[in-house]
Write a protein that binds this ligand. Structure first.
Ligand code: ADP
Ligand code: MG
Ligand code: MG
Length: 898
């Protein structure tokens, strides 16, 4: 087994396909070397060795690889014409971490390794540059001390001991920049640094280059299990056994004076996607100096430099004198760099993010990778790349990260404004977007201010209207699938949920965080993409959908075979979804229509009615309202199928629970308060989610089903008479047996026939069902004999398959995920292993009796890319998701088909 892979001198043992073994950095260093890009020679110790190290410990692993490492160092020495540890002609190396995915700033790197009190003299002599030699030495002790000897401060607030020493010297000498240090200063620093090491660790700084090398290799392995890296890995779901590779590479020096420097560059603009080469550099600098912001970095291109000067309000003369672009300052190096960036982008066929260093006028490339980018840049780069012939349409579609499209669809905070903001707490990023408004604590007060943020311990369906009015929703309790979160995502409304640090006092109308009290009417801002809760106002801007976005959507249609519908309860939502390319409605929740002020009254009267007659009267009031809703939705969706689900939630959710509302309802209905109270109590259930809901309502009160069917069919007929095509699909919720379905189907068909007769006109309609109870999935062959279509309600199906109450799971799911008992929240990412089986069984049993049975999904999962792929593989006709996730699902659908 090979554990060490060499690269350099236009050769390499590895290549870019070996990222898992060599890490991203190592694989790309090998690849660049192969295609003739000048990279300093070096070698990569594989990620497998990292895992071996974790199992076997340092001594065993060092013994295992020492021969290969020594050989590889000899190889570098040969190419560079210098020797590791030689005091007359020294080779120095860098020891760099590099996992298979880039983990920005999470792991460690050591530069200038191989120096000691003797070698530094040799380096000075050989380079003829004493200053450079001592600068490298002090940098080395600092990095080695921080990374290998554990002297890096634990928290951001603490100061690095080496920085402290440097600051003190700068102060004493009254200078500002590292470059202002004299040679004597640097020598003093080295002495003081070593002293600090001795004081802190009780040991002398290691002088033997080989000891230094092994120390650094082990430190890089250890950094894989460092706090920062573990946190980052967990956040992204990267398993611990991936490990990191270690790259050891000949040093090239950007700190050799005015003809040297270092920089980073991008082949395109990572923020906007614009096809302009850009980046920053510093003269006489090394490693991270550019990113660290010690000095103001300069722009690489002249264009970039001019743009920068404009923003920084720097006069052209001043710019040319003090901040010239690399293009202007070192045209031949710039031309070479430009050549490489073009070559690398062509080779990798994607935007590249590169690191480079120039040593005495010679250019070296130190790293390249596919650059991280914003959602907007992602779309523009993919579409541009097709036009340029860089990639094919299919490749472009596969390059899109569907979830990143979300960024483009919601209002966003101004980046500048965010920088100066005060984050007071953090919750879950439940629904992306940016919201600023005044605090309100009650849904019915959301309209008191022009912009309000609804702050609740948790929300309930009663709060729907207020949620809709508020600019954003903040809850102290509940997870990513809490009521607030699901509804907010559906509305495309910014929501931060489950912010445990918030203490909400409804009575005093206060929100307390960390001892600081906020009151109703105070401004706060929510960042739904990060979960940040920010004090005061933060400026936002509406996103603009670019032409490239439309082109991308168009392109997805060309390859997607599975359709994408939307979950929409109002004409407004439906219109948004159509704009995003929805091909129908997969779920209209009729109950949401009942929560509006003027309707809830009629609904409550219906529920509280004692007799069938009383109920029918109340339903008669509701009929025209429902019909009107359906007309609006059908019209918004002209010619496209619209699945309408019959009443689903337990009636208890509709009745008033506050004394005042109960009293006014009693007055309206001319009954006693006691009667209202006892009715409300009667509706109370131990287990509402498994209680009197779904088709059980329609079976016990068929008149509700009758009214809803009538509203649907009459609406469709009304539109037909106006020449507008409506395609209703009536859906029975929560059935577990075929008998339940048959009972409801009979009511629906009889009502429809009656309306057809009355109107002397007909429309086509379907009667189907949700599959959301495991028993329904298991008996799908019986159900499909009668049902025209299936729609998998994977929210309830997940709830019932796992036996996790959706409304209570927030208490334990986070712990399950933390402990690795579950990989994902199953309400967010469909559990393919278990719940997925029910979906597969249901689909294949259904299709075994009805070959062309229309099958879709309408749970939250319909807009989650990995779940969409699963639906495609199961052979579904469509997925249905909230309007703002339609573009995401469309891309995921196209990707699944490619
Ligand atoms: P990260 O993964 O955090 O970017 P790197 O391993 O890329 O860490 O290294 C940190 C910095 O040191 C980068 O700016 C890189 O270009 C520079 N660097 C790494 N190795 C060398 C080297 N052999 N010669 C010169 N600079 C180097
Ligand atoms: Mg790097
Ligand atoms: Mg359901």
């Amino acid at each position: 087994k090979t554990r060490v892979y060499k690269f350099g001198n236009k050769e390499a043992d590895g290549n870019s396909t070996m990222k898992n073994l060599l890490g991203g950095k190592g694989a790309n260093l090998a690849e660049m070397s192969k295609i003739g890009i000048p990279v300093p020679p070096g070698f990569t110790i594989t990620t497998e060795v990292c895992t071996e190290y974790n199992q076997l410990g340092k001594d065993t692993v060092v013994e295992m690889i020492s021969k290969e490492v020594e050989e590889s160092i000899r190889n570098i020495e040969q190419i560079m014409g210098s020797s590791f540890g030689d005091k007359d002609n020294p080779l120095l190396v860098s020891v760099r971490s590099g996992a298979r995915v880039s983990m920005p700033g999470m792991m460690d790197t050591v530069l200038n390794l191989g120096l000691n009190d003797e070698v530094v003299l040799g380096l000075a002599q050989k380079s003829g540059n004493e200053r450079f030699a001592w600068d490298s030495y002090r940098r080395f002790i600092q990095m080695y001390g921080d990374v290998v000897l554990g002297m890096k401060p634990e928290s951001k607030e603490d100061i690095d001991p080496f920085e402290e020493i440097m600051e003190a010297l700068k102060h004493k000498r009254d200078i500002e920049l590292d470059t202002d240090f004299t040679i004597q200063d640097l020598k003093d620093l080295v002495y003081d640094f070593k002293d600090a090491v001795r004081k802190r660790t009780g040991l002398d700084f290691p002088t033997d280059p080989w000891d230094q090398l092994w120390g650094a290799v082990v430190a890089v392995f250890n950094s894989w299990n460092g706090d920062r890296a573990v946190y980052y890995r967990n956040m992204n779901g990267y398993p611990a056994d991936w490990g990191t590779a270690v790259n050891v590479q000949a040093m090239v020096y950007g700190n050799m004076g005015s003809n040297s420097g270092t920089g980073v560059c991008f082949t395109r603009d990572a923020g906007t996607g614009e096809n302009v080469f850009n980046g920053e550099y510093l003269i006489d600098a090394q490693g991270e100096d550019v990113v660290a912001g010690v000095r103001t970095p300069q722009q690489i291109t002249k264009l970039g430099s001019k743009r920068w000067a404009e923003l920084a309000k720097v006069e052209e003369e001043d710019r040319i004198a003090n901040y010239p672009s690399l293009e202007e300052l070192m045209p031949s190096i710039y031309n070479e760099l430009n050549e490489y960036q073009e070559k690398l982008e062509l080779h990798y066929r994607d935007m590249q993010d590169m690191e480079f260093t120039m040593q005495n006028g010679k250019l070296w490339i130190l790293q390249t990778r596919n650059g991280k980018r914003t959602g907007a840049a992602m779309v523009k780069i993919a579409m541009d790349a097709i036009k340029e012939g860089l990639i094919t349409e299919k490749e472009a579609l596969l390059q899109i990260e569907p979830n990143k499209l979300d960024e483009l669809l919601h209002p966003i905070f101004d980046a500048k404004a965010l920088e100066n903001s005060n984050v007071i707490a953090q919750g879950l990023p439940a629904s992306p977007g940016a919201a600023t408004g005044k605090i309100v604590f009650f849904a019915d007060e959301a309209s008191n201010y022009k912009s309000s943020i609804l702050v609740r311990i948790e929300t309930s369906p009663e709060d729907l209207e207020g949620m809709n009015i508020a600019k954003g929703i903040l809850t102290a309790r509940g997870g990513m699938t809490s009521h607030a979160a699901v509804v907010a995502r559906g509305m495309g409304k910014c929501c931060v949920s489950g912010a445990g640090a918030l203490k909400i006092n409804y009575k005093n109308r206060t929100l307390t965080v960390d001892g600081h009290e906020y009151h109703e009417g105070d401004w706060i801002s929510l960042n739904g993409s990060t979960g940040n809760i920010i004090e005061g106002k933060v400026a936002t801007s509406e996103p603009e959908l670019s032409g490239e976005f439309a082109e991308l959507m168009e392109l997805s249609n060309k390859y997607a075979t599975m359709q994408v519908r939307t979950n929409a309860d109002s004409p407004k939502d439906a219109k948004v979804a159509v704009k995003f390319g929805a091909q129908g409605i997969g779920l209209t929740r009729t109950e949401h229509m009942f929560f509006e002020v003027d309707r809830i009254k009629a609904m409550r009267e219906m529920i509280l009615a004692d007799t069938v007659k009383g109920r029918k009267e109340a339903l008669l009031d509701l009929l025209p309202m429902q019909r009107e809703d359906f007309e609006g939705i059908f019209e918004a969706m002209t010619g496209l199928p619209v699945t309408v689900r019959l009443l689903d939630p337990p009636l208890h959710e509709f009745v008033p629970h506050q004394l005042e509302t109960q009293r006014s309802l009693a007055e309206d209905m001319h009954i006693s308060l006691a009667d209202v109270k006892s009715k409300v109590a009667e509706l109370e259930e131990f287990n509402p989610m498994l209680g009197h809901r779904g088709c059980r309502l329609g079976i016990t009160y068929p008149e509700i089903t009758e009214m809803q069917t009538r509203a649907i069919i009459e609406a469709a007929l009304n539109l037909k008479e106006k020449g507008i095509e409506a395609k209703p699909e009536i859906m029975v919720p929560l059935i577990g047996t075929i008998q339940e379905f048959e009972s409801q189907e009979a009511v629906i068909r009889a009502t429809a026939e009656k309306v057809f007769e009355e109107r002397n006109n007909t429309v086509e309609y379907l009667v189907g069902t949700m599959i959301e109870i495991p028993r329904a999935a298991l008996t799908a062959d019986l159900i499909a004999k009668r049902a025209d279509f299936f729609s998998f309600g994977t929210n309830d199906l997940t709830q019932m398959a796992f036996g996790y109450s959706r409304d209570d799971a927030g208490k334990f799911l986070p712990i399950y995920i933390e402990k690795g008992i579950l990989k994902n929240d199953p309400f967010e990412v469909l559990d393919q292993e278990g719940v997925g089986q029910l979906v597969k069984i249901g689909t294949s049993k259904g299709r075994s009796v009805k070959e062309n049975l229309k099958v879709g999904i309408c749970g939250e999962h319909g807009g989650e890319p990995s779940s969409v792929e699963f639906c495609y593989n199961t052979g579904m006709n469509y997925v249905s998701c909230s309007p703002y996730r339609v573009p995401i699902a469309r891309i995921a659908s196209a990707q699944a088909a490619i």
